[in-house]
Design a protein around this ligand. Structure first.
Ligand code: ADP
Length: 261
């Protein structure tokens, strides 16, 4: 059905390093403006950024439920994601886009952090109407540990596979995948394409730079996207802050890093 899955990183729609939840309205406005008039069947997924990272790190609920207090943190983490989703969808709706808030955790189950079941009938129906479902990274009911965190990245690859998307676009705050973290190493070079020939070599390089959480983020993204690329769905990791970049990627222009098998 010519479906594109666009994931917007928490790093660009929120101020990720702030102590509390804070939306980056400047970036959000720019992103929304690029989506107006795009005639593509679209699923949007957004990350949590400062609406999720801090509370999860503080409470440790990504490792499961251990005491009563964790249940309250589980609930509060979900509520915060709803807040962010509500702000994002409001901006999209104000521009006349049929952006439908879609809470995955109300019908999704994970096992040790991996998505094992999500009901897809409603989302298929919404797409058939040309609605734009807007999903987001969420804390989920996990059969092995009570609670885990389902990233927007994982939702993107799961949906791409099940709904046979034509492409996944991930908009982050860096211009694709680099030989090292470009935020820390000015000499890091952009990798134009990751494919079956160079993947093993690139994986080693990314693995070496995985000492921080954030780096895990980029390696995690690539590993998710390689899985879907192997199933014939290409992906693109782009700088979502650069002017018109999201629009360019939606139109099939080669920006950022292309991942294909
Ligand atoms: P998002 O919130 O957009 O989903 P993440 O913060 O999880 O993104 O991951 C993007 C971050 O990964 C970048 O800001 C960058 O600092 C970091 N990073 C680490 N290693 C690399 C690399 N090899 N190439 C690109 N970015 C990297």
């Amino acid at each position: 059905m010519n479906l594109i899955i666009l994931k917007i990183g928490g790093s660009i729609i929120t101020h990720k390093d702030k102590r509390g939840p804070e939306v980056n309205f400047k970036n959000l406005r720019r992103i929304v403006n690029q989506l107006v008039g795009v005639k593509k069947r679209l699923i949007l997924i957004h990350g949590a950024g400062s609406f999720g990272h801090q509370i999860v790190k503080r409470t440790g609920i990504n490792k499961g439920i251990k005491k009563y207090k964790d249940l309250v943190s589980f609930a509060e983490t979900q509520r915060l994601q709803n807040d962010l989703n509500s702000i994002i969808t409001k901006k999209l709706i104000e521009k006349g886009l049929p952006a439908f808030p879609y809470q995955a955790s109300s019908h999704t189950i994970t096992a040790k952090g991996r998505l094992v079941r999500m009901d897809l009938e409603a989302i298929k129906g919404l797409l058939s109407l040309n609605m734009i479902p807007v999903l987001y990274g969420v804390p989920t009911y996990d059969t092995k540990q009570g609670c885990s965190i389902l990233s927007g990245d994982q939702i993107a690859s799961f949906l791409a596979e099940r709904l046979k998307a034509t492409k996944i676009i991930m908009a982050s705050d860096v211009d694709g995948v680099f030989t090292d973290n470009p935020k820390k190493n000015k000499k890091a070079k952009q990798i134009k394409e990751i494919n079956r020939k160079n993947f093993e070599e690139i994986k080693k390089t990314l693995g070496q730079s995985s000492s921080t959480d954030v780096t895990g983020g980029m390696l995690g993204k690539v590993l998710e996207l390689i899985k879907t690329a192997k199933k014939g769905i290409p992906a693109q990791i782009i700088d979502g802050v650069k002017k018109d970049n999201i629009k360019k990627a939606l139109l099939g222009k080669k920006v950022g890093t292309i991942i294909k098998w």
